[in-house]
Design a protein. Structure first.
Length: 325
């Protein structure tokens, strides 16, 4: 091993040793949900997600299990019981040059349903810090926290959340030679959604329709979320829709995600919309045709198909009113 490489290797080992010392230390202690589990929040969640399961409404209703983390969130004012070790760990990574952060995934386990009136408490621990990893975004460390969520003192579920703290990779030089252009990540195609992607390839946006109760559903699922039936066929969406909600992605910059003809530069900010189709279901996709800062809730959009490389074509939605207002 050459001298410079050896020094980098030894430095990484030293940093990792310091980071590993934080495993098992608290990330949050004696946290308390700001509200009891309640029907209005359940209703808003179900409306946003398009989930009409009758278990989440009326007498004896329970909260959707995937709301587990929602009851622990501190809102704009945050929580007062946050523990220092987690902030110290992130500060160590910042000082070592790993200043960027991206959430990578989460895992949840459900032990008992949450019902309106339940009081939520939680504790979180720094569960693990990985060895230094090199990714397409850059080199850094995966940090996993585990939150134990309790309802009226009884363990109701566990939420694991993983981030990557990293030093961004140096941009590849433009021009001839060098690495090939970055490609979009490939969609995960399985037996449950293969028909959707076959439709996209034929420039058709297909929505599932329950064979028993005729409820439309999207994204594609093996069973109806209204009646549980496994029988279904498809209807082709008209392509008309409106922006129900949206976010603007600024970082990390990734050239393959230049989707708008108004993008400032390769990998610049772009709008990701939750589009409500005329048929009543919603789909997450990019909003194109206007600057990202002109996207608005309620904006009319129209389906089109964008070829992002020689192998992949995606449904996107073009703004229809110029985005002013």
């Amino acid at each position: 091993m050459h001298g410079g490489a050896k020094e980098i290797h030894e430095g990484a080992k030293e940093i990792h040793g310091g980071l590993k010392a934080y495993e098992g230390r608290p990330a949050a202690t004696a946290g308390a949900g700001k509200d009891l589990v309640n029907e209005p929040m359940i209703r808003h969640w179900c409306e946003a997600m398009g989930d009409t399961n009758p278990a989440y409404a009326g007498p004896g209703a329970v909260a959707p299990p995937t709301m587990l983390q929602a009851w622990t969130m501190g809102g704009l004012s945050g929580h007062t019981g946050r523990s220092g070790p987690y902030d110290e760990l992130l500060a160590l990574l910042d000082d070592a040059g790993y200043t960027s952060v991206v959430a990578t995934d989460c895992e949840q386990e459900y032990l008992r349903p949450l019902r309106p009136g339940d009081a939520i408490t939680f504790d979180a621990v720094i569960e693990s810090v990985s060895e230094r990893k090199t990714t397409k975004l850059g080199t850094g460390y995966f940090v996993t926290t585990r939150m134990d969520v309790r309802a009226d003192g009884e363990l109701a579920g566990t939420h694991r959340f993983r981030i990557l703290k990293y030093a961004p990779a140096a941009p590849k030089p433009k021009g001839g030679g060098g690495a090939p252009a970055a490609k979009r990540p490939r969609p995960v195609i399985n037996r449950d959604n293969a028909g959707f992607w076959e439709g996209v390839a034929a420039h058709r946006l297909l929505v599932q329709r329950c064979g028993d109760c005729a409820t439309l559903r999207f994204p594609w699922l093996p069973g109806c979320n209204a009646c549980g039936s496994r029988e279904w066929d498809t209807v082709e969406a008209s392509g008309s829709g409106t922006v129900f909600s949206y976010v603007v992605m600024h970082h990390p910059r990734f050239p393959a995600f230049t989707v708008s003809d108004h993008a400032a530069d390769a990998g610049g900010p772009y709008a990701v919309g939750l589009i409500e189709l005329a048929e009543g279901v919603r789909i997450v996709s990019n909003v194109v045709g206007v600057p990202y800062d002109k996207v608005r809730i309620g904006m009319p959009v129209r389906l089109e198909f964008l070829r992002v490389d020689e192998e992949l074509e995606l449904p996107v939605f073009r703004a229809q009113d110029g985005g002013e207002g």
